[in-house]
Design a protein around this ligand. Structure first.
Ligand code: NDP
Ligand code: 2IT
Length: 445
């Protein structure tokens, strides 16, 4: 890091949070971007230090009973990172890899992402090391109910508003919200987002992260005189974000030729068959091999390679953190990739980002590119607060406007600080200054 004050703040974060590699990585990336800000505004130094310390961290036991009557124990987390702009807002992740360092990296990123949306939401994240894979419906329900039996006392529509993330979709949100309602005896719709349409959900929330990412890339392409039309696109993952990114790319005239899950990736030169993919992944909760088997000739599965070896014009990592490494970035550059944008949170390693930058590949960081999900969550909260519900078309237009606004804010901020076309710097600085100004106004709290 160039700035010695920022370097010492970073060293302190590492020393105070040992072993939390992903959190260090997320902090480092933001602090790296803040060098020009720290030079201009020394008054922000104490804010940066406070921003790196969550306002509150909750870790709890989640006991549940599996189908064979065995007691199982998982660990639950909720990190309430920053409430300068609104109630803590951010998803819950259920995945065996979850530990405090993952929840803190996600919560930290969420602060800046949420600020970028321009909507009144603070930053938080939560989850558990529970693995829903292979669990029965009853086991997932009992786990969710036990998790909420502790979480309910910490959340509320004006306090902390969770939503989904990896391993937490509509089914889990239903069980979680249902248990909250039962324990509190309140129909408090605004306490959770990503709800079903029959019980307070918003149109477009399910699609929002994937759609929003593609809207963002559309703007990136436009900024260099291009479009999606006729482009080859690779999307990693096959979950909520990936599926809706694929849908929107196809609507805009591009072709998604590969997608993946943790069992491998599929190449389908004709374009991924979205109907079949959704049937396999969302209805049957199957694997990529099931897609290939049903799709027949033309599609093939690669179970031990990197999806980033598939040549493409646009690459959209939509699975998980650090899935696109230096070697993958080199392969993308070698194959002439024009744009990489993060549908997932922090999927690109710092070394990979350096390779893409060096080669002049346009890069959309997750804080900006995937902000459409949480932005639409904030629209869901607005609808809940006014006991209203908007049409699909109106809500999608709002999402499109928000994504174009974020795109332009990134470029304008990057320009203002002398780093044209650097979306990473633009997103980090614009998000940071918004939160920092609110924190300065509040005094030392
Ligand atoms: P889902 O659980 O719906 O899907 C996740 C997908 O990524 C699955 O295909 C999964 O494969 C794959 N995946 C997850 N972990 C790994 C891993 N360790 N290695 C390889 N593949 C993996 O989650 P989402 O689509 O909701 O989330 C995807 C990403 O987008 C995450 O980074 C999340 O934080 C981010 N995001 C999500 C938002 C949302 O609104 N849902 C909003 C903004 C960002 P498998 O099923 O085999 O595990
Ligand atoms: O990473 C994210 O932005 C999300 N998982 C969505 C959070 C939300 O509150 O909608």
């Amino acid at each position: 890091m160039v700035d010695p004050t920022l370097q010492s703040l970073f060293d302190e974060v590492v020393a105070r949070n040992p072993g939390e590699d992903e959190f260090h990585q997320a902090v480092r990336e933001v602090l790296d971007s803040l060098t020009p800000v720290a030079g201009k505004h020394p008054e922000y130094a104490s804010v940066i230090q406070r921003l790196c310390e969550p306002e509150r961290q909750i870790i709890f036991r989640v006991p549940w009973v599996d189908d064979s009557n065995t007691v199982r124990i998982n660990r639950g987390f909720r990190v309430e990172f920053n409430s300068a702009l609104g109630p803590y807002k951010g998803g819950l992740r259920f995945h065996p890899s979850v530990y405090l360092g993952i929840v803190k990296f996600l919560g930290f990123e969420q602060i800046f992402k949420n600020a970028l949306t321009g909507l009144p939401i603070g930053g938080g994240k939560g989850g558990s090391d529970f693995d829903p894979k292979g669990c029965s419906e009853g086991e997932v329900m009992r786990f969710c109910q036990s998790y909420m039996t502790e979480l309910y006392r910490h959340i509320g529509e004006y306090t902390d508003v969770p939503a989904g993330d990896i391993g937490v979709g509509g089914r889990e949100v239903g069980y979680l919200f249902g248990q909250y309602k039962r324990i509190t005896n309140r129909y408090e719709s605004g306490v959770f987002t990503g709800k079903g349409m029959a019980w307070g959900g918003s149109q477009v929330r399910t699609e929002a992260t994937g759609f929003g990412t593609v809207f963002f890339v559309e703007e990136m392409l436009k900024a260099s005189g291009q479009s999606f039309d006729g482009r080859r696109v690779v999307v990693s993952g096959a979950g909520n974000v990936a599926v809706h990114a694929i849908e929107k790319v196809h609507q805009l005239g591009g072709t998604v030729v590969a997608c993946s899950d943790s069992s491998g990736y599929v190449v389908d030169e004709e374009g991924i068959d979205l109907g079949l993919l959704r049937q396999v992944k969302e209805v049957e909760r199957g694997r990529m091999a099931d897609y290939v088997e049903r799709r027949g000739q033309g599609a093939h599965l690669v179970s031990d390679g990197s999806i980033w070896d598939v040549p493409c014009d646009v690459a959209l990592p939509c699975a998980t953190q650090n899935e696109l490494d230096e070697r993958a970035a080199s392969a993308l550059v070698h194959n002439g990739c024009l744009v990489v944008a993060e549908g997932a949170n922090m999927p690109t390693t710092p070394a990979a980002l350096a390779v893409l930058r060096e080669a002049g590949v346009r890069f959309g960081p997750g804080k900006a590119a995937n902000a459409g999900g949480v932005a639409t969550s904030a629209l869901e909260m607005q609808q809940n607060a006014s006991r209203d519900s908007w049409s699909f078309e109106y809500t999608e237009n709002r999402l499109g406007e928000i994504m174009r606004g974020i795109h332009d804010r990134c470029l304008e901020t990057a320009d203002e600080y002398g780093m044209p076309d650097d979306y990473v710097a633009g997103a980090n600085i614009a998000g940071f200054t918004h939160v920092a100004d609110a924190m300065l106004a509040f005094g030392v709290i």
